[in-house]
Design a binder for this molecule. Structure first.
Ligand SMILES: C[S@@+](CC[C@H](N)C(=O)[O-])C[C@H]1O[C@@H](n2cnc3c(N)ncnc32)[C@H](O)[C@@H]1O
Length: 261
């Protein structure tokens, strides 16, 4: 089981609270170094957080046929592949990590669909996309307002945006974005953001909140814990809101202004 939390998974995260102390402290890695090391195994192990997120987001995806879609911080292209399956006219992923993009590029359908870049300076024209997803990445970004501004800039007015991240309550309980490989446990540097911080940043960038919700792990994720031999941690993990999901909509500046009034 791989994961975005603890020393390799949400189950392992609970180990920080209820299990024996870790033998050695996890290495804290910067984003580029962390994903350089994580990339080769990122897709390899089932991850309960990604599974729970997909369970929530998949049914909410809009019809994408002939639309232009952007996967911001696409990593190994998990969502990009899914968006492309929806017959989008233009589907693009952008990510900072060349290692993650290399893994994505090895997937037949994704080759040539990604570009290396920073969310703070998206390499796209203004008002290009009809739909955007940014999954489990905001926590790596300190300057939320600049990210929100860039995302908003490249979206067409009225476009939907789905943003997910590790829930701040989970972060407060010690869950971390990270993994374990043969050498050690690694945590990738993150900054927790509250829902209010995220919504405020996007609102300032002319994006209205359609809905936001905290998602807990559920029975569907139990088998991932069981296969990892972490069954005993499952119930505890389920009690913590694990994922923050926000649905935002790009609104024109005039409309956003009117809403505030
Ligand atoms: C946990 S991974 C998520 C990948 C993918 N969205 C998914 O859900 O599987 C976080 C990704 O964010 C990327 N990232 C972090 N900071 C970034 C930035 N400033 N600009 C672009 N990508 C960034 C990392 O390189 C990494 O691939």
């Amino acid at each position: 089981m791989s994961g975005l939390v603890g020393d390799g998974a949400s189950a392992r995260d609970c180990e920080l609270e209820v299990g024996p102390p870790p033998l050695s402290l996890p290495l804290l890695a910067g984003v580029r170094d962390g994903y350089e090391r994580w990339a080769p195994t990122y897709d390899e192990f089932p991850n309960p957080l990604l599974a729970r997120e997909e369970r929530h987001v998949l049914p909410l995806l809009p019809v994408l046929r002939n639309r232009s879609v952007l996967d911001v911080a696409c990593g190994t292209g998990r969502w990009l592949a899914c968006l492309m399956a929806g017959d989008a006219r233009l589907a693009v992923g952008v990510d900072l990590s060349s290692a993650m993009l290399r893994v994505a590029g090895e997937k037949k359908d994704l080759f040539g669909k990604m570009v290396q870049g920073d969310c703070l300076r998206l390499p796209f024209r203004t008002s290009t996309f009809d739909f955007l997803i940014c999954s489990f990445a905001l926590g790596h970004m300190q300057d939320l307002r600049s990210v929100a501004k860039e995302c908003s800039r490249v979206m067409k007015p009225g476009a939907d945006m789905f943003v997910t991240d590790l829930h701040p309550e989970a972060y407060a309980k010690g869950w971390r974005t990270g993994f374990r490989d043969q050498r050690s446990a690694v945590h990738v540097q993150t900054v927790p953001h509250s829902a209010e911080d995220i919504l405020r940043a996007f609102h300032a960038a002319s994006c209205a909140c359609v809905t936001h919700v905290g998602l807990c792990l559920g029975e569907a994720e139990q088998s991932i814990f069981a296969k990892a031999g972490r069954q005993q941690l499952f119930q505890t993990a389920c009690r913590v809101p694990a994922i923050l999901f926000c649905h935002l909509k790009q609104v024109s500046k005039a409309k956003a202004y009117r809403r505030v009034l």
